[in-house]
Design a protein around this ligand. Structure first.
Ligand code: HEM
Ligand code: HEM
Length: 183
């Protein structure tokens, strides 16, 4: 029988931590947008859109990788409800990290606002009509999803820390291999 893997593949690790850093960046960019005014504030939104669309592309790539390379099994000692909670959170991350940028993109498209990816090229707009009213409705969805995503991140990080400091297993090690593996 093949030796069980002790950690996620390098591609999975890079995608996990890169996307996590970009999600945190998104919250920072929104805070920057809210704390400033005028052209500076618009710069923050421009960057928020570019980072958001990058998250969409990276998450789709990650989903493809994940389908080709299934996740490691969770520890056998973990109760069933905890496994369901952990896996449910992971599935919801994929759903949110695909749906949120799509909704933001659709809102910008409905409002006819150009998207220029990091000032480099014009990102195509989606064929969404409805003008500012539709854009407003889509932004309400985007805002609610943002709150739910933050709640998911808190739950996920709490779970990771619980594994490391309370259950004292190797779940955090396999996503953060420079942490020493427990025997
Ligand atoms: C916005 C931030 C984050 C997002 C969106 C995120 C998303 C995810 C997703 C989707 C998975 C499932 C991997 C897969 O099977 O595809 C995962 C696994 C994992 N994440 Fe995160 N993560 C974030 C931040 C963090 C942080 C800060 C920690 C540590 C404190 C962490 C620790 C872990 C661990 C240990 C696993 C592995 C669980 C397992 O072995 O099955 N994550 N994360
Ligand atoms: C995973 C990717 C994304 C995340 C996590 C995210 C998150 C957020 C959050 C938390 C807010 C603040 C909502 C509020 O409380 O008012 C926001 C606002 C906004 N987002 Fe995103 N977003 C993402 C992608 C995008 C994309 C791709 C676009 C457009 C192409 C976009 C456009 C906007 C706009 C226009 C606002 C409103 C800013 C304002 O005027 O207050 N977002 N986003």
């Amino acid at each position: 029988m093949a030796e069980p893997r002790h950690r996620y593949s390098t591609v999975s690790l890079i995608l996990h931590w890169l996307i996590a850093a970009l999600v945190v960046t998104q919250i920072g960019l929104i805070a920057g947008h809210e704390l400033t005014e005028g052209p500076m504030s618009r710069e923050f939104i421009g960057a928020h859109k570019s980072v958001g669309l990058s998250i969409l592309v990276l998450t789709l790539a990650r989903l493809g990788w994940r389908i080709a390379n299934p996740a490691l099994p969770l520890p056998e000692a973990m109760p069933r409800w905890e496994k369901l909670l952990a896996r449910g959170t992971h599935v919801l991350f994929y759903v949110f990290l695909i749906a949120m940028p799509l909704v933001g993109w659709a809102a910008s498209s409905a409002a006819g606002r150009d998207i220029v990816w990091f000032g480099l090229f014009q990102w195509p707009l989606l064929p969404v009509g409805g003008g500012r009213e539709m854009a407003g409705n889509l932004m309400d969805v985007h805002e609610l999803a943002g709150k739910l995503l933050i709640a998911l991140v808190i739950l996920h990080v709490a779970g990771a820390l619980k594994h490391h400091f309370i259950t004292r297993d190797n779940v955090l090690h396999r996503m953060l291999p420079f942490i020493r593996r427990r025997p």
